[in-house]
Every structure is written in C-alpha cells, then in structure tokens.
Design a protein around this ligand. Structure first.
Ligand SMILES: Cc1cc2nc3c(=O)[nH]c(=O)nc-3n(C[C@H](O)[C@H](O)[C@H](O)COP(=O)(O)O)c2cc1C
Length: 324
C-alpha cells in the first residue's frame, strides 16, 4: 500500500506532493492534488497579503483537504507567512533560505514547516531547528536548483543525516516508478513538479505545456540565463533556440503578463515563466522543466495524474512483495 508516516503527519492519503511552481501553481492545481489525496502546495508569488488570503479561500472552496503555501525566501515573504499562520494552512513551505525563524511560531499555530534543500548541510540545519519535513532536491529538478548532487545520491544521504526527521525527494520524479524509487531511497514522499506542470489545472501557457509533452530527457539545460529578477540563482529549463543563443541583452520587451489590471512588460532573461496570462515570444521565456520531462507525454487532469501515479506505485509495490 502506498502510505508512509508523512501521510499521518500531514493528514493526507498518499505520499505525493505537487511541487509549488511560481506563476504556474494556483488554487486550482493545489486544490485538485489535495482533493485527489496528495498534498497540493500553492506558490504565494508576488501576491499581496489580501490577495493571498483570497487565494487560500479559493482553495478551501474547492477542497476540504489540507494544503501548503510556498515562499521563496529571496523575495519578501514575512507578511504572506503571517497570513498563512492566521489562516492555519496545513504547512508553510520554504525554498532558498534559512527557515529557522518561522518554526516556533508556525508550531504554536499548529502549522507544519517544510523546507527544500540541495545539500546535507542545509538539511541538518533544518532538522536541528524543528523543521517538520525536509525536501531533498536533486540536480535533475526543474525550476531553480539549490544544489549540485543528483536525486539518487542526495536523498539517502539526507535521510541518514537527519533521521528520524522525514524527508521528501524531488528532482526528475515523474511517474510511479520514480515514486517507488524515492521510497526505496528512504524518502517518505515524492515531490513532482514537471509532471503536474502538464496538467489541465496548471496555469502554464499552452505552448509551454506542449513543449514539455514533446521534450525528451536530454532536452533540459542547467543555466543562469533567466536571472533578471533573481540574479545568480541556477535553474533548469528546456533547451530552446533562445537558450542556445544565450543573448539576453535586448532592451525591447519580448512579452507581457496580465496581473490583475496591470500589464507587466517582460524582457529577455526574465525569470517569470509564461502562463496563460502571458503574450509574446513564449519560446524565449524560462520554460522550467526537470530531466524527468521525457516521461511526461500528455496533458492530463491533476486527478487523473494522481490516479495513474497511485495505481502504478501500488502495482509496483505489490510486485515487489512490499506490504505483503
Ligand atoms: C515551473 C517550475 C517552477 C518552480 N517554482 C518553484 C517555486 O516557486 N518554489 C519552490 O519551492 N520550488 C519551485 N520549483 C522547484 C520544485 O519545488 C521542485 O524542486 C521541482 O519541480 C522538482 O523537480 P521536477 O520538476 O523534475 O519534478 C519549480 C519547478 C518548476 C518546474
């Protein structure tokens, strides 16, 4: 049976997280994954505290299951964290920074703390300060990449270093085989980003989803090209003619993003991926994807993705004699 101690910790049915994806994971995707028994994590993004509260309310109108909210610590986030603690969401999740100062306050409100790291050192720091779940992110991962070590090598090292603190594995896990492999490495959950990017509920631009569906395992690049709003932060994107040229010097806008009433101009090298609210040169923007992208062959409803992942993982576990 596909169940681990993390399921009890978070009150979820299956140890599958939908990775928070900036500009791509909104209320619909987070709610659909939680509703299907996984753990959906909203990306707080640049929302004002009031807008974040509205988005949390939208998730709650779509599901009565628990969900998380994610913050990238490179960007301002204190006010958003306050909203999440007042709203008592299931978990607050962090990336790219030290989460220690939030732990005690979150626990007082009954909110779990999740942090994503790319090294054993950062995992130890988190575990020592009471972080509830550490996500070990391998170098294969899509989006921004914290470390340099592959998922297969990093996850068991982190598991051993911080036991009994539960670890979730991220990076190129895109089907049920990857989920079972993550459990075999000692992780108690798998975190999937790229696979859920190609869901009906993700707000990625339709051309971006199509590129993900048609890409193979060698079609991604680890780069710092798209660093306009977030300098020096390495990331993994699909290889496109724009990425091959590597020229972000142009001063003309290459597209626009509708954010409420505002039309935000986007320039070459923007770290904002194209969404359904983006117009312009979609293929010249950051098409974040992990090396598991070759395993993503269609755009599906998130509930269908969850159903396939769970059924496949349970089949594999049964064939291995697990839980017999
Ligand atoms: C489009 C995209 C956007 C991402 N944005 C975020 C983010 O805002 N916050 C975060 O913690 N992680 C973000 N990530 C990284 C994920 O948390 C996770 O590590 C990654 O998706 C796992 O690799 P995979 O894509 O191969 O499944 C993003 C990943 C992708 C693909």
């Amino acid at each position: 049976m596909l169940r681990t101690a993390i399921c009890d910790l978070l009150g979820i049915r299956y140890p599958i997280f939908c990775a928070p994806m900036g500009f791509v994971t909104g209320a619909e995707l987070a709610a659909a994954v939680s509703q299907a028994g996984g753990f959906g994590i909203l990306q707080a993004g640049s929302r004002t505290p009031a807008a974040l509260r509205v988005e949390i309310g939208r998730i709650r109108s779509l599901t009565d299951q628990l969900f998380g909210v994610n913050f990238i610590q490179h960007f301002p986030h204190d006010a958003g964290v306050d909203v999440c603690l007042e709203e008592r969401v299931g978990a607050i999740s962090f990336f790219w920074g030290d989460p220690r100062r939030f732990v005690e306050r979150a626990h007082r409100q009954g909110v779990r703390v999740i942090d994503q790291v790319g090294s054993v050192e950062d995992a130890r720091r988190d575990a020592d300060s009471g972080v509830d779940i550490v996500i070990a992110q391998g170098f294969e991962a899509g989006g921004h990449v914290a470390g340099t070590v592959s998922t297969l090598a990093l996850v068991p090292r982190v598991v051993d270093a911080i036991a009994p603190v539960p670890v979730a594995a991220a990076g190129a896990i895109a089907d049920s085989r990857g989920i079972v492999a993550a459990l075999a490495l000692g992780a108690q959950a798998a975190v999937l980003g790229t696979r859920f990017l190609a869901s009906l509920e993700s707000t990625a631009h339709p051309e971006y989803k199509q590129r993900v569906v048609s890409a193979g395992e060698s079609d991604t690049v680890h780069t710092t090209l798209f660093n306009r709003e977030w300098p020096g932060a390495p990331h993994r994107v699909l290889r496109t003619p724009f990425v091959e040229r590597g020229d972000v010097s142009g001063s003309e806008a290459i597209g626009r993003l509708s954010l409420g009433k505002d039309q935000v101009p986007l320039f070459a090298g923007t770290s904002i991926p194209p969404t359904s609210a983006t117009t312009g040169e979609i293929d010249s923007m950051a098409l974040y994807a992990g090396q598991g992208v070759g395993l993503v062959n269609q755009v599906q409803a998130a509930s269908e993705i969850m159903r396939d992942l769970v059924a496949g993982a349970e089949r594999i576990l049964a064939s291995l004699g697990a839980g017999a």
